[in-house]
Design a binder for this molecule. Structure first.
Ligand code: ADP
Ligand code: AMP
Length: 224
């Protein structure tokens, strides 16, 4: 299916499977997958002005300040590849960022069609993140236990897989605390909105993808 003019966000704790699901769902809907964490990692590795400011926050597992993120993401959302629709993964992460996104949507005559919440236990999050590996070249994620690459240590795109420094145990615990305090309030912010849907991110990956795609197609909001 190719849907135009469809705008979605995916929310949930670190390790819930947002990136894994967003890549597949965006592909099936034909919209741009924008992974905020990956955008920041690219800026950090390119040593841009933004990247230099963001780095220290990212390394400790804290959030990059709202003003910086809102400015960067709203600019990115105005680019050509996001005009026909997008699936945002990792943005917004605070109520202030959600208000910034609302302003952008209103100014452009858009709406959020779906808000997808993926839930998992903290125990599952910790175990998944310690086994996560990612490809710096294309951003794709794998898991040594649950979603291994075909060739050990290598992405399907040919890139070498790495462990993210912020997936080390102490930083993961900090990220989960930051999630509880700063991002979880977004569930209240969005839960009464049309298009809000909750899914069990603890199920096997293909089942989660199937559940989400089915609900999006049956919901019909992307075609309106
Ligand atoms: P997030 O973007 O929410 O932080 P990821 O998509 O990076 O989460 O997934 C976290 C880790 O868990 C990765 O190693 C990924 O391969 C793995 N994973 C994702 N979804 C599932 C699932 N449903 N079952 C088992 N492992 C999963
Ligand atoms: P992620 O790849 O989604 O796990 O994000 C990795 C890190 O990037 C987070 O721990 C934050 O430091 C930073 N980050 C990603 N998205 C945001 C955001 N919307 N606001 C602030 N910081 C963010």
């Amino acid at each position: 299916m190719v849907a135009t003019d469809c705008r979605l966000i995916i929310l949930g704790p670190p390790g819930a499977g947002k990136g894994t699901q967003a890549r597949l769902i965006a592909e099936s809907l034909g919209v741009k997958h924008l992974d905020c964490g990956q955008v920041i990692r690219n800026e950090v590795s390119d040593e841009t002005v933004f990247g230099k400011k963001a780095r220290e926050h990212m390394v400790s597992g804290g959030l990059v300040p709202d003003e910086l993120i809102i400015e960067m993401m709203l600019k990115r959302l105005s680019e050509q590849d996001c005009i026909g629709g997008f699936l945002l993964d990792g943005f917004p992460r605070t109520v202030k960022q959600a208000r910034g996104l609302d302003g952008f949507l209103i100014d452009n005559g858009f709406r959020l069609d779906y808000i997808i919440y993926l839930g998992i236990s903290e125990e599952t999050a910790v175990s998944r993140l310690s086994a996560r590996r990612y490809c710096p070249a294309c951003g794709r994620v794998y898991n040594l236990q649950t979603m291994p690459p075909v060739v050990e240590g290598q992405c399907d795109c040919g890139g070498q897989l790495e462990q993210r420094p912020d997936d080390m145990p102490d930083t993961v615990l900090n990220r989960l605390r930051v999630y509880r305090e700063e991002t979880a309030p977004l569930i209240d912010y969005y839960s009464k909105s049309e298009g809000y849907m909750e899914f069990d991110g603890g199920k096997p990956g293909e089942e989660v993808t199937g559940d989400i795609v089915k609900s999006v197609l049956e919901g019909g909001r992307c075609d309106e």
